[in-house]
Design a binder for this molecule. Structure first.
Ligand SMILES: [Zn+2]
Length: 191
């Protein structure tokens, strides 16, 4: 068992969507270092790197690092927490981070949440001293903010807040494309 140190994210002022997550069976690879078995996430990220220079830069930072991140969606029940990132461990010359997004989000808001959380992953990628939960907490106590939601050992960063907003703004200019990509992903198979 590990006790994950969590960092998050947008609060509950965002719109909520009723899109319950279903079986996650298909294994799709997005990039070498950013992975998900969720078809909606794969579709949104694939489009997101095209429409958002901010997201593209964040993804490139992760791709050129030793960090592997797994992204998934599920219903998150902690009040005010729409997404979160957890440092998992360091092993075999790689560091692993898990990102969870609340499955009620969709479209451009979902892309904004991804931009926010992947910025946290990029922050970890750029900080080689982070190798366990203690060093994540130490890093964010030194450079970040205490998260206003979710309790102790939850952190936030100004850069992640800014990145989320920028990615959502970028995506808003292509909202119909983003929503179409999500719609195709839903019709096409597993979430
Ligand atoms: Zn955050």
């Amino acid at each position: 068992m590990y006790r994950p140190v969590r960092m998050f994210s947008f609060a509950s002022f965002l719109f909520m969507f009723a899109n319950p997550v279903v079986a996650q069976e298909s294994a799709a690879r997005l990039h070498t270092h950013i992975r998900s078995a969720n078809s909606r996430l794969c579709a949104v990220i694939a489009l997101g790197v095209k429409v958002s220079p901010t997201l593209r830069t964040i993804v490139e930072r992760i791709e050129s690092s030793d960090v592997i991140t797994y992204i998934d969606m599920r219903l998150l029940t902690t009040p005010g927490v729409a997404a979160q990132s957890q440092f998992v461990n360091a092993a075999g010359g790689r560091r692993y981070v898990r990102v969870l997004i609340d499955s009620r989000f969709n479209g451009t808001v979902l892309l904004g949440l991804l931009g926010h959380e992947l910025q946290h992953v990029a922050e970890i990628a750029g900080e080689p001293s982070i190798v366990d939960h203690q060093s994540v907490a130490a890093f964010y106590r030194r450079t970040g903010l205490r998260s206003p939601v979710g309790g102790a050992n939850r952190f936030e960063s100004a850069a992640a807040i800014a990145a989320g907003r920028r990615v959502m703004n970028d995506a808003s200019e292509h909202a119909s494309d983003v929503n179409a990509a999500v719609g195709r992903a839903k019709q096409g198979g597993h979430e």
